[in-house]
Design a protein around this ligand. Structure first.
Ligand code: 2U9
Length: 371
């Protein structure tokens, strides 16, 4: 039962004492019963609201109702009771708000003994890792790294690399062209670079020999995707031009690179090939790192080299003197070699991957194996 202010008949000191005692004990139990700030507001308004609060009613029902001679005594009691009510209500607020913040703290408490959330760490993608490993091999031999745009002009992708307009060699590089270029002269038309070779041309335009650069990057060809083809793939190409560079330098450099990439026991051999930008040109093969070049593995035919004992890993050649004509290098003074390899092919061989598409699908079951 909540407290209501009694009408006093008797204003004697003992009756006032009793009435004040009842009021204080009601206040005590009501303030003990609250447990939130919302409860406290109700309590405060019930006791202290100007209109119909207990204190206001005390004024009306005790003080105003007191007969003249008792007014002084009643006034003192009412003031004393008011003070007690104000103090108790203030104290009740302190109590509930510290209880509320203690329970909030309890809710927000961090149990430092709980096991932490495991965060899966990412890894370098196997293609990027392979590309960086190849680049590092050449960096250790003194090569600098050069990069360039993936959207190129016909001039940098073809003409300056000794692919004349309408030359059949262009057909070997199924080119993705940028639309709306027909109004421009052929050499200015934009396309997706089919190899990283334009970067070497741009570097040679900026720098006279000696030059030794290695060029990693993404290239694009209008190829249908299957287990061994992708319309976007990656290459690392390289170029060395100086005085007195010979085919011997090409062979020594690429033999060293093959041993650094596939192990010091691999042998290399060179096969005649053709590229418009190199003459002579040669594909390089390494002895099979799986079967040691015998073509047989545990009495069966070796699947890695298809029993031939050799695996082709890159193309190369002496830079065709025609190319020097496009970049203002003196072909009588300088000579050089170039090479190019597909990063996917190297990664497939190194890691025994049977489908090139696995590199692009982002399936963590595949990628996790490289962690
Ligand atoms: C300049 C002069 C010469 C770059 C070369 C190759 C041989 C080559 C292929 C390997 C596999 C492309 O990814 S692949 O399909 N590349 O065989 N690339 S020589 O020769 C250059 C480049 C730039 C100025």
């Amino acid at each position: 039962m909540s407290y209501t202010v009694p009408k006093l008949e008797d204003f004697s000191p003992s009756a006032l004492d009793a009435a004040a005692r009842d009021l204080k004990s009601a206040l005590q139990s009501e303030s003990a019963a609250i447990s939130s700030e919302a409860d406290w507001k109700v309590l405060r308004d019930r006791w202290m609201a100007r209109k119909n609060g207990v204190l206001t009613l005390l004024n009306d029902q005790w003080l105003k109702a007191a007969p003249g001679p008792a007014k002084r005594e009643v006034g003192q009691r009412v003031n004393e009771v008011k003070k007690v009510v104000e103090e108790q209500i203030d104290a009740a607020l302190v109590r509930v708000s510290s209880a509320v913040s203690a329970s909030r703290l309890e809710q927000e408490r961090v149990d430092v003994t709980l096991p932490g959330d495991r965060r899966n760490l990412g890894i370098e993608h196997p293609l990027i890792r392979t590309m960086n490993e190849i680049v590092d091999v050449f960096k250790r031999m003194g090569y600098s790294v050069a990069e360039g745009p993936e959207v190129e002009t016909d001039y940098y992708n073809f003409e300056s690399l000794n692919f004349p307009p309408n030359h059949p060699a262009r057909d070997t590089q199924d080119t993705l062209v940028i639309k709306g270029q027909q109004g421009k002269p052929l050499r200015e038309r934009l396309l997706m670079r089919t190899h990283t070779s334009p970067v070497q041309i741009r570097a040679m335009e900026k720098q006279q020999p000696p030059i030794r650069i290695v060029v990693p990057g993404k290239v694009h060809r209008a190829d249908t995707a299957d287990a061994t083809h992708s319309p976007i793939f990656h290459q690392v190409e390289g170029l060395a031009v100086d005085t007195n560079i010979t085919f011997c330098d090409l062979k020594g450099t690429l033999d060293q690179a093959a041993k650094a990439m596939f192990g010091s026991s691999v042998k290399t051999r060179f096969y005649p090939s053709f590229f418009p930008f190199t003459e002579p040109s040669a594909d390089m093969q390494i002895s099979c790192f799986k079967c040691g070049g015998s073509g047989r593995l545990n009495g069966e035919r070796c699947g890695m080299c298809k029993a031939s004992g050799w695996i082709e890993i890159l193309g190369s050649g002496m830079v065709d003197p025609n190319v020097y004509g496009f970049v203002d290098y003196d072909p009588k003074k300088y000579s050089g070699f170039a090479f190019g390899m597909g990063v996917e092919r190297i990664a497939i061989l190194k890691y025994g991957v049977d489908d090139i598409q696995l590199f692009y699908q982002g399936d963590v079951r595949f990628l996790r194996q490289f962690a």
